[in-house]
Design a protein. Structure first.
Length: 270
């Protein structure tokens, strides 16, 4: 894991009319890190990830990718950098099978007697390789994804992002409405991504799940960052107090204040 951030927001503000959704927020994620992004409804989580994914431009502040300032005018700009957002709804084509979803819009074509045809064998093989690398099991790549479980659908969505060579995965409520066994599978998928050097930004209302898998957690409240905690060192009550305002954080400096490439210490002891 590199010390410097792969993605960073510096002093970002976003307004919608008279509502300040983000108020001078600092946010940074290292390469190969799982960062939990938590907060109550209206805390600014959705706005933050939509800035990272190119849906909204910031009104103030800047976005950096691998240390370079970037402007994202549309989601395709984020995808081009390797920033993939996997929303709760997944945006899978239910009537299509697994490998068709993985290659949707990037189908592999071969020529037969001078006629271009879909190379389904190559697409199936590549999809199998991607899922195998994630340790994910999908009973049949020929089955329509509408018949797959929630965890299997998440695996297909992640495989599609991997096929697009994503390096940063923004996962918005990936465990919502899943059974306990399926939640464990999704958490394992996140660990697999981290183990392969990918960066994951995980948004979830289930704090126990976030604490279980996150290297660090960024807490938002009413559009402001109110704390950064180590997933290993924190506990549920501490995060809840930051979310509700029962506790205020006074030690959450971010990468922008770090000089010389030193790794910042965000862990706060009790």
């Amino acid at each position: 894991m590199n010390d410097g951030p792969i993605v960073e927001l510096r002093n970002v503000t976003k307004r919608f009319g008279g509502v300040v959704a983000l108020d001078h927020v600092e946010f940074a994620v290292r390469e190969g890190e799982v960062m939990g992004l938590v907060g109550d409804n209206g805390a600014g989580k959705s706005t933050l990830i939509k800035i990272l994914s190119g849906v909204y431009p910031p009104d103030e502040g800047k976005l950096y990718f691998r240390g370079r300032p970037v402007m994202l005018h549309k989601p395709q700009d984020a995808w081009a950098l390797g920033i993939a957002t996997i929303y709760q709804e997944l945006a899978l084509a239910d009537k299509m099978n697994g490998h068709e979803n993985v290659f949707l819009g990037r189908e592999v074509v071969s020529s037969r007697l001078g006629i271009p045809v879909l190379d389904r064998r190559r697409m199936r093989h590549r999809t199998y390789e991607l899922l195998e690398g994630l340790g994910a099991h999908v009973p049949s790549l020929e089955a329509r994804v509408q018949f797959l479980s929630g965890g299997q659908r998440q695996a297909i969505a992640i495989a599609r992002a991997l096929n697009l060579e994503a390096s940063v995965f923004i996962m918005d409520e990936p465990m919502a409405a899943l059974a306990v066994v399926e939640v464990r599978k999704v958490l394992d998928l996140i660990r697999q991504l981290r183990g392969r050097g990918h960066t994951v930004i995980l948004i979830s209302h289930n704090l126990r799940d976030v604490i279980a898998v996150a290297d660090r957690m960024t807490v938002l409240r009413r559009g402001r960052r109110v704390g950064i905690r180590s997933g290993a060192a924190t506990h549920l009550d501490e995060i809840v107090k930051l979310i509700t305002g029962a506790a205020e954080d006074t030690n959450s400096s971010d990468y922008s204040s770090i000089q010389g490439g030193a790794r910042p210490n965000h862990e706060v002891s009790d």
